[in-house]
Write a protein that binds this ligand. Structure first.
Ligand code: OAD
Length: 250
């Protein structure tokens, strides 16, 4: 794999514009279970639609609120890992680097990435379902059995995460399409490539002639079309790849 990694690193070094798409496999290295793995234990008898959808929230706002408060606490408890740090190093060293993430945590930001485009929103931000005003979560609200009410219109407050069936943030998605259609290299890390429209991005990049590098524990539909599939843990492969690209070594 080392030779493949060095070739991928060389490709990154030559690129005018590098775009990166990350998924749950990056945060997994920090101990944040992937969305699907998180449905274990007492949450195992719920399906994602019940916990991550408008209908689920309307039907049982307390259940959904508790699920997201638990995920928020997990995110706040863990630290960014070597993979997050490697991508922050890449951003600092590369004039033309754009990061899109499907992750709803703030670990890229806490690792030092300055510009993080969240395709699926953020579990650390909240807004009112009625007037859509941003809501600053008060510490006591985390432990309430029900979501808080908006200070402006008394509407119900929800997490700023994109739920099943909801549109992704239009501006960010439009920027992502443009980026993958014009970049030289798309670095995909830790995503199963099954949740659309984000999962379409690597295929579009390939269609428009970009080199696709896929880092994942196991092969996925993206690995099939990737120019370089680098198997392994993102927390191990990314630092080595970025060091090979930026370090002294060839
Ligand atoms: P998934 O849980 O679907 O896939 C995680 C991917 O990461 C899999 O391909 C794993 O093989 C890989 N993986 C796991 N641990 C890894 C590690 N340590 N190193 C490298 N790879 C690893 O997560 P996503 O593809 O991100 O949406 O899922 C996309 C979206 O589906 C999520 O953003 C979520 C869910 O609906 C929302 O939460 C809105």
């Amino acid at each position: 794999m080392n030779d493949l990694l060095l070739q991928a690193a060389r490709r990154l070094r030559e690129a005018r514009w590098i775009v990166c798409l990350t998924g749950a496999g990056v945060s997994a290295e920090s101990g944040v279970t992937t969305f699907r793995d998180a449905l274990t234990g007492l949450w195992s008898n719920f399906d994602p639609e019940q916990l991550a959808s408008e209908a689920g929230f309307a039907a049982n706002p307390g259940l959904v609120w508790r699920w997201y408060m638990e995920r928020l606490e997990t995110v706040e408890r863990v630290q960014p890992n070597a993979g997050h740090l490697a991508l922050a190093r890449l951003e600092a060293a590369t004039p033309n680097f754009t990061l899109f993430t499907q992750n709803v945590d703030d670990l890229h930001e806490r690792a030092g990435s300055r510009y993080v485009n969240h395709l699926h929103g953020s579990v650390t931000r909240f807004y009112c379902t009625s007037c859509r005003e941003e809501h600053h979560l008060q510490s006591d609200e985390r432990h309430q059995p029900l979501p808080p009410h908006c200070l402006h219109c008394n509407g119900l407050v929800r997490p700023a995460v994109v739920w099943f069936g909801e549109m992704l943030p239009y501006t960010i998605l439009k920027e992502a399409w443009y980026a993958v259609e014009h970049c030289d290299v798309l670095l995909v890390v830790g995503t199963s490539g099954v949740v659309y429209p984000a999962a379409q991005l690597p295929f579009t990049a390939k269609q428009y002639g970009a080199t696709v590098i896929d880092v994942n524990l196991e092969p996925t539909p993206i690995s099939e079309i990737a120019d370089f599939y680098l198997p392994g843990r993102s927390g191990e492969v990314l630092p080595r790849l970025i060091e090979a690209m930026l370090g002294e070594g060839d």
